[in-house]
Design a protein around this ligand. Structure first.
Ligand code: 3HC
Length: 288
């Protein structure tokens, strides 16, 4: 297969990442079918696409014809069969739970055409953890976008030991077609590049708050004004989802048994309260 053979992309998950990955690919001219088990998430994603495109046109950043085309390229369905049955490329952006991902990859292997590439947008999990749930491990890889996916340019592509060079190359070319900058890792590592760096920062800032040294607001002010980051680590957690941080830490802790991998008490408190960030209207900050 060549990148030119990719006509239809299926995106699994209409959440934080999936809805913007879908729209990015639709804007690049691909037919995109976005699927989720939650009709509410699909409805929200569809509404977002309409209002985002209208806003871009209003701002003069997109012409009406391209906006109409992107909208026409997009479809939303809660049927995995319908979304993936004729897909040439699948980007799985479901919840960060390994059992669910493995089940999805087994289903996708059964449903999609044999030539289809199956990529995971997992934030931390390397694709070898899901590739063996399929009969086509050579066509399985990581394709990791960043939040907000319509804005952030980088995509990490990870070629596992099972991934063919062709799959990695097509995925890198697909990044370019979607207007992204792909970075290819030829060795699998948990969390890849960016999230390992972010995890190191996150560990330290949660420690500082848990120890009563500073508040999340003070730390964000320090990081923005001293390091020049566009947003501080706690505001960033609100954007990416405190639930995601919690699931990732719990999965890791269950795997390693290392108490250092446990989520921080503050993260647990936020998770239990349902204060997961922007998506719930409250995290470390409040949102309208
Ligand atoms: N969705 C889509 N577009 C958005 C957006 C969103 N949620 N938020 C902002 N934008 C767009 C705006 O429309 C605007 O576009 P324009 O310049 O073409 O008109 C542009 O981004 C700038 O927006 P604003 O002026 O409103 O706000 P900022 O200048 O503060 O930028 C930001 C917002 C782009 C989110 C910036 O604060 C930023 O880059 N933050 C850091 C984000 C980051 O670090 N992401 C990586 C997170 S880690 C991750 O994703 C890993 C994963 O595994 C969890």
């Amino acid at each position: 297969m060549k990148v030119e053979d990719i006509k239809k992309i299926c995106v699994i998950g209409a959440g934080n990442m999936g809805h913007q990955i879908s729209l990015s690919a639709a804007l690049a001219g691909f037919k995109v079918s976005c699927t989720d088990i939650s009709q509410e998430m699909l409805d929200k994603a569809q509404a977002f696409a309409g209002s985002y495109l209208a806003e871009r046109v209003k701002k003069g950043k997109l012409n009406q014809e391209l906006a109409d085309q992107a909208l026409a390229n997009l479809s939303f369905t809660n049927s995995l069969e319908q979304a993936a049955g004729d897909a040439d490329y699948v980007i799985e952006a479901a919840v960060e739970k390994i059992d669910i991902k493995r089940r999805l990859f087994a289903d996708l292997d059964r449903i999609t055409p044999p030539h289809a590439i199956l990529a995971t947008n997992s934030s931390f999990i390397v694709s070898s953890k899901v590739a063996d749930a399929t009969t086509r491990p050579d066509k399985v890889c990581n394709m990791h976008f960043f939040n907000p996916a319509l804005v952030m340019k980088l995509v990490e592509v990870v070629q596992g030991p099972h991934t063919s060079a062709e799959t990695a190359q097509i995925t890198m070319e697909l990044c370019e077609k979607i207007g992204k900058i792909g970075v290819l890792l030829k060795k699998e590592i948990y969390g890849f590049l960016v999230n390992r760096i972010l995890a190191a920062i996150s560990k330290e800032v949660y420690y500082l708050v848990d120890m009563g040294i500073a508040t999340p607001e003070e730390i964000d002010t320090a990081v923005v004004n001293a390091l020049g980051h566009p947003m501080g680590p706690f505001r960033l957690q609100d954007l990416t989802g405190i639930d995601l941080g919690y699931y990732v830490a719990m999965e890791r802790y269950q795997e390693t048994g290392n108490p250092n991998d446990k989520p921080s008490p503050l993260m647990v408190e936020k998770f239990v309260k349902g204060e997961w960030g922007k998506k719930t209207g409250k995290g470390f900050y409040s949102y309208e």
